[in-house]
Ligand binder design. Structure first.
Ligand code: GDP
Length: 322
């Protein structure tokens, strides 16, 4: 069994590869929900949607979000009615948000809504939100605080980020099944997702980070930083805002308390020793996923790295044996 912790973009590509090298029934994906927002009255979970569409083969390659070949008729009309349209939702995509919003209004959990939606799309693996509670990623800028989507989409991540916080995280509980999946997995894979605003919110849910430290599973991450910069998006800027270097060492430092292996790109071979000095093993491969075979090769590399990890029994396990 394996668990993948992920955000939307880098994570979706990684999960697409993993699905081709491992049976769906063995994969549990734990997804960031800190980017969730209420938009046009609907509960939108951008990362859950990207993962769902990626697994269902529906993700738009061109845009990297939403449904392939979607239309935007509703968006045009709603704009005419005076609603903001800087965050775009396609017509087919809307069906998912309508259904999720309805299920939540009926008192169902986000976990339940996600299960129902992924099953309807024929997805055989388990997709879990990190929590059923509302956790909201906020980005601090010199001119005030922004929600993640205001920062990322509306402002195109141009404002200087001076800090990040996860509102509601302290009292959130991990979604049912998350801790158990991490504890009983053979491998926990951290996708090449933004360490601050995609993996960061997951780690901020009390209990998850602790379980990653304690699990007997091998914990392997793929670096989203290649050659000293993010492959896409604001990961570099946000890492800087947290005092982390924009490098594979910076990624290693973000995960140092629980990580066994960091997979780094060939371009970063010269930086391996900085990661190893933190007590984290390094595996070097090509990590840019452009083609389907790139994704498969990276997934293989992650699973191979996980298999090579020989873990000492965790402190909990040792205490239990006494
Ligand atoms: P978000 O929720 O849409 O921000 O998605 P993620 O956090 O999952 O993905 C964004 C991160 O993925 C960025 O930090 C990128 O640097 C990283 N990324 C995107 N594509 C690739 C890739 O092909 N290889 C690697 N190594 N990282 C990638």
């Amino acid at each position: 069994m394996m668990v993948v912790l992920t955000g939307g973009t880098g994570g979706a590509k990684f999960v697409q590869g993993l699905e081709q090298v491992a049976p769906a029934a063995q994969i549990t994906t734990v997804v960031n929900t800190g980017d969730d927002l209420v938009w046009w009255g609907l509960h939108v979970s951008p990362d859950l949607d990207s993962i769902t569409y990626a697994m269902a083969g529906l993700l738009s390659r061109e845009r990297g979000w939403g449904v392939d070949d979607d239309t935007f008729h509703c968006l045009q009309v709603i704009g005419r009615l005076g609603a903001p349209t800087w965050f775009q939702l396609g017509d087919r995509d809307l069906a998912v948000h309508l259904m999720r919003t309805q299920l939540l209004a009926q008192g169902k959990t986000l976990t339940h809504a996600t299960e129902m939606i992924t099953r309807a799309f024929g997805i055989g693996s388990r997709v879990l939100p990190m929590t059923d509670a509302a956790v909201e990623t906020r980005v601090m800028t010199p001119s005030g605080e922004l929600s993640f989507q205001e920062y990322f989409v509306r402002e195109r991540w141009q404002p200087e980020a001076t800090g990040v916080k996860f509102l509601g995280a302290e009292t959130a509980l991990p979604a049912a099944g998350v801790l158990e999946a991490i504890h009983t997995a053979d491998a926990v894979l951290i996708a090449p997702s933004n360490p601050i605003t995609s993996i960061g919110p997951i780690l901020a849910v009390p209990g998850i980070r602790e379980e990653l430290r304690e699990t007997p599973a091998a914990v392997v991450a793929v670096s989203p930083i290649v050659g000293g910069a993010a492959v896409s998006g604001p990961a570099g800027k946000l890492m800087q805002s947290q005092g982390l270097p924009v490098s594979v060492e910076g990624v290693a430092r973000a995960y140092a308390d629980f990580l066994d292996v960091l997979i780094i790109d060939e371009r970063d071979t010269g930086r391996a020793s900085g990661v190893e000095s933190l007590g984290i093993a390094v595996s070097v491969t090509k990590t840019i996923m452009q083609s389907s075979s790139d994704k498969v090769a990276l997934a293989h590399a992650a699973l191979t790295a996980a298999r090579r990890v020989e873990k000492l029994p965790s402190r909990t396990a040792m205490n239990a044996e006494r």
